[in-house]
Design a binder for this molecule. Structure first.
Ligand code: FES
Length: 575
């Protein structure tokens, strides 16, 4: 590709032909504000050029140009900060605000809203344009995601995330002109669509138009109820990102401080979903070996991710017997807490409240599913936990590092990996290898299946057996693998699928990335480090899990294990 020479703010630079003015300016450390533009995961550029917040002045051109979708040309002279460009950008934001509810203080996205940040950066102090406000019915139909179209600025980032990356395509622009809205077809509430509740639309929405359902008040009520025994479990990806909400740089696990904060908030016991992840591996590895030895349906797909479960329940009705029947670690934890822990500790399960802290918004929906709604009572996201810690006035950085409570807090390195794409597979292979061969696995790290590529494949030699494995993250990538299976083109034995690109570290309830996907590598690194530092790194060696089988479950896939830890899937017709 040839280079062109341009001048931006009196700075001469050479950039590749085909580069946008925005990217060229960025390469010279010149900041131009944007709103509708965003780099989405996997190199997908969302560039509708619709908001005009990024306009710049180009010498010799009559009109200002949107820098995000105007390409550089040889000899171009650009001024990003001419008074005309600055005034125009400010006017765009003022016009957006003129049709935006003025309730920033009450908004779920307060302090995280890109429109609010732009208005602050531009020094907007008064509402210049006043007129009739658009109002739309709000959609509070789901347990996971809320839609408030009054706050939508029509950037369509959610449309691209839902349609191009996840290939679910629930959200699209309907109507024309002033009547355009972003909506499911026929204005259906989210709960009546094929929405998977992955929350990737919430992750990219710049304003409060798409937000998580906030359950923090429910948790405070439970904690303040004198007759309730309130326990909490935290998923592995939460510890890898929570620190970011308190100003830490990404890539630092804050496990010990998180535990201390939860204890300070008043939870009776602070437990770890990782315990249940180890349990999941026991059940899932046993199921895989059984299917491989007894002619069962292969490949077996992992079933930890509820958004992925929603996806195939809607779109792959001919394959409902392919996923493992194991419940997710969140649900297994709830079932064990209320049926085993309660008995052991002499607690009445009716008086127990099981709270989950998850990186995921679909987990809220999962906990409300009819067939397992008694397992977990309240689900909050990483962002909600951060809010609660702040609300409680806890000085996060001053907290000591504390340990999870025994014994539902005991876990191995394998279970920590559940937070990153490929981690469930790696944990399952560590156990399957030793169970199949009867030999100790020396190098527990399956580096060939690590990484953040959307689809990864590997053949793992387990003695004289070759196990073909595949991993997909992001539902668009999952669709590619599922179609291969459907068309008889895949000879894998096991497939791991996570709905969110990168896995749970990029769940819809995690701190916002704002297009910086390098953060995911650092979050993944934090989990790999935690795995390395654990004294036990294979799920089947977790002493608390061994005891659980001895005292209660007997063996993996026993009758009681099936009753408590496994589930069924149902075809859901798309409206
Ligand atoms: Fe360029 Fe919206 S950011 S037009």
């Amino acid at each position: 590709m040839s280079l062109v020479t341009v001048t931006i703010n009196d700075k001469k630079l050479q950039v590749e032909e085909g580069t946008s003015i925005l990217e060229a300016a960025k390469s010279a450390n010149i900041y131009i504000p944007t709103l509708c533009h965003m780099n989405l995961h996997g190199g997908v550029e969302h560039n509708p050029g619709s908001c005009r917040v990024c306009v710049v002045e180009i010498e010799g051109r009559k009109n200002l140009a949107p820098s995000c979708n105007t390409m550089v040309a040889e000899g171009m002279v650009i001024n990003t900060n001419s008074i005309r460009a600055i005034t125009s950008r400010r006017t765009v934001v003022e016009l957006l605000l003129s049709d935006h509810p003025q309730d920033c203080l009450l908004c779920e996205k307060n302090m995280h809203c890109e429109l609010q940040a732009l208005a602050a950066d531009m020094g907007i102090r008064e509402m210049k344009y006043k007129g009739e406000m658009s109002t739309f019915p709000k959609d509070f139909s789901s347990a996971s995601i809320e839609r408030n179209l009054d706050k939508c600025i029509l950037c369509r980032r959610c449309v691209t995330a839902c349609g191009k990356i996840q290939t679910v395509s629930v959200l699209s622009a309907v109507n024309r002109g002033f009547h355009t809205i972003i909506s499911p077809a026929f204005g259906l509430p989210m709960v009546d669509t094929n929405c998977t509740f992955c929350g990737q639309c919430v992750s990219v929405c710049p304003t409060g138009a798409l937000t998580q359902v906030n359950n923090t008040t429910k948790v405070w009520e439970a904690l303040n109820h004198k007759d309730k025994f309130v326990i909490v479990q935290t998923a592995p990806a939460v510890r890898a990102a929570l620190g970011e909400c308190f100003g830490d740089t990404s890539g630092k696990a804050v496990t010990g401080k998180m535990v201390a904060a939860l204890r300070a908030m008043g939870f009776d016991k602070v437990f770890d979903t990782d315990f249940a992840a180890d349990l999941t591996i026991m059940e899932e590895a046993a199921e895989l070996i059984d299917r491989m030895n007894n002619g069962g349906r292969l490949p077996m797909l992992t079933s930890c991710c509820p958004a992925w479960i929603n996806y195939f329940e809607h779109e792959f009705k001919d394959m409902l017997d392919v996923p493992s029947s194991c419940k997710s670690p969140q649900q297994m934890f709830g079932a064990i807490a209320k049926n085993y822990y309660a008995k052991k500790m002499n607690l009445n399960p009716e008086n127990m409240v099981v709270v989950s802290v998850m990186p995921c918004l679909a987990k809220k929906y999962e906990a409300s599913r009819e067939e397992m709604k008694n397992d977990v009572d309240i689900v909050i996201s990483t962002r909600e936990l951060a809010k609660m810690i702040k609300e409680a006035g806890i000085s996060f950085h001053s907290l000591p590092n504390e340990e999870f409570d025994s014994f539902l807090g005991e876990s191995t390195g394998a279970s920590v990996l559940f937070g990153v794409t490929g981690g469930v597979m790696e944990a399952a292979l560590r156990t399957a290898y030793e169970w199949i061969t009867g030999e100790g696995l020396e190098n527990v790290e399956f580096s060939m299946i690590r990484g953040l590529d959307g689809i990864r494949e590997a053949t793992v030699q387990i003695k004289d057996r070759e196990v073909k494995a595949a991993i997909a993250n992001g539902l668009g990538n999952a669709r590619i693998l599922l179609n291969k299976i459907r068309n008889g083109e895949a000879d894998y034995q096991i497939i791991e699928i996570m709905a969110c690109p990168g896995g749970c570290i990029n769940g819809g309830g995690q701190p916002y990335l704002r297009g910086d996907y390098e953060v995911l590598k650092r979050r993944a690194g934090a989990l790999y480090e935690e795995d390395q530092n654990k004294p036990i790194r294979k799920s089947h060696e977790n002493p608390a899990i061994i005891k659980l089988y001895e005292e209660f479950l007997d063996k993996p896939n026993s009758e009681i294990a099936h009753h408590l830890l496994h589930t069924q899937y149902f075809y859901k017709e798309i409206s």
